[in-house]
Every structure is written in structure tokens, then in C-alpha cells.
Design a protein around this ligand. Structure first.
Ligand code: GRF
Length: 206
């Protein structure tokens, strides 16, 4: 059964993944609705992308704030929108355990590597530096670790010998946008089953 989820998107910057979700919503690729976009950075370009299509876009600034206070404020804002799903789309902070607990298995993140390789910052550069020939992107549920939650979907691409962080990031972004939308489609279609650290597609043999 397809559900229409209320989605809150957390962002910190450019917002190209947010844009992919907005576009998917506008053309009916996903039925879910982005009910709010929240940024921890005051002038994140992602905010403008939301405002252009009349999605509530708000700032809960993290700068200069103690983590407990910031996450308390953030959680209070999120709560007002009563989300079924929280999407981290370039949100550059590790979530407080209390937030992860409050929305257990209802928070997903997009990361630009094939996890569990290259978690954390500069994942594309980490892959280049390690000399791997293949990298990719991962959508995963968020747990209390950094990029460690159950993996929902991954897609791989080749690394070219002359790739820079920029060229690789650009090619990765294009597939990130597709994979993020596809992962949300799986969730709204109720096709994902969580089994401990793993996710399965419903009907898949265990
Ligand atoms: C993406 O590469 C995403 O995987 C990572 O941060 C970047 C955000 O890009 N978590 P954008 O703000 O969605 O354009």
C-alpha cells in the first residue's frame, strides 16, 4: 500500500538533494509531502529552494550554541510538523541520541560513499585518496553512530584516474538524487523491512 508521508528535510547547504525531492513531489514520482525544511545554517541556499515552492523553510541556528540546546530547539521545531519521516539531505551535524530515539527508524540520510567505507566528512576525497576504483552513494537509516545505520539502497560508479574531488562529487550527486527519491518510494510503498542491522525488501527470502 502506498502511503503519503509527512517529510521534514534537514539541510545545511546547497540543497540539491532537497531539490530532487521537491521535483519528485511536483511531478508525482513520490506521493509524500515535504511539510518543512529546517536548516542549521542561517543563509543555506537550500532554504530558498523550499521557499520558491511555498514549503515552510526555517532556521534553527547551531552556530555558537551548545549541542544540547541546539538539538532541543531543533526537536521542538520538528515536532510541530508531526513528520512520519525525517530526511537528512546534506545536514552536517551528527544527530543527538535523543532525536534519533524520538524518531527511531524514521530518519534517513544520504551519504556520498559506499558505506561502511568512507564515513564522515569528505567521503569523495577519502575514496580518491584510498585509490579505490569504485565508489557510490548510500541511503541509510540513521542510528546513533556516524553513517552507521541500516543500509536501504546503494548505487556504485567508477572512479576515473583523473577524477578530482569536484568531478567525482558532481557525478555522484546526479545518482544521489535518484537514489534518495527511490529510497523514499520504497518507504512510502511499505516495501522495506528492518531486520536488526539490515533492511530487506518485503517478500525477499531471509
Ligand atoms: C551530498 O553529497 C550528500 O550526500 C552529503 O552532503 C551533500 C549535500 O549536497 N551528505 P546538497 O546540499 O544536497 O546539494
Amino acid at each position: 500500500m502506498t502511503k503519503s508521508l509527512r517529510i521534514v528535510v534537514l539541510v545545511s547547504g546547497r540543497g540539491s538533494n532537497l531539490q530532487a525531492l521537491i521535483d519528485a513531489q511536483l511531478v508525482g514520482k513520490i506521493r509524500s509531502q515535504i511539510v518543512a525544511v529546517i536548516s542549521n545554517i542561517t543563509d543555506a541556499p537550500a532554504l530558498e529552494r523550499a521557499r520558491r515552492v511555498k514549503i515552510p523553510a526555517l532556521v534553527v541556528a547551531s552556530k555558537g550554541k551548545n549541542n544540547d540546546i541546539f538539538f532541543n530547539e531543533l526537536q521542538n521545531e520538528i515536532k510541530k510538523y508531526n513528520p512520519d519521516l525525517i530526511v537528512l539531505a546534506g545536514f552536517m551535524k551528527i544527530l543527538a541520541p535523543s532525536l534519533v530515539k524520538a524518531y527511531a527508524n524514521r530518519i534517513i540520510n544520504i551519504h556520498p560513499s559506499l558505506l561502511p567505507s568512507f564515513c564522515g566528512l569528505h567521503a569523495q576525497q577519502q575514496a580518491i585518496d584510498a585509490g579505490v576504483k569504485i565508489t557510490g552513494c548510500t541511503v541509510h537509516f540513521v542510528d546513533e553512530g556516524c553513517d552507521t545505520g541500516p543500509i536501504i539502497m546503494q548505487r556504485a560508479i567508477d572512479i576515473k584516474s583523473n577524477d578530482s574531488q569536484t568531478s567525482l562529487s558532481d557525478r555522484l550527486l546526479a545518482i544521489e538524487h535518484q537514489v534518495l527519491v527511490a529510497a523514499i518510494k520504497l518507504i512510502e510503498d511499505d516495501k522495506l523491512v528492518l531486520q536488526g542491522k539490515k533492511t530487506l525488501l518485503s517478500g525477499e527470502p531471509t
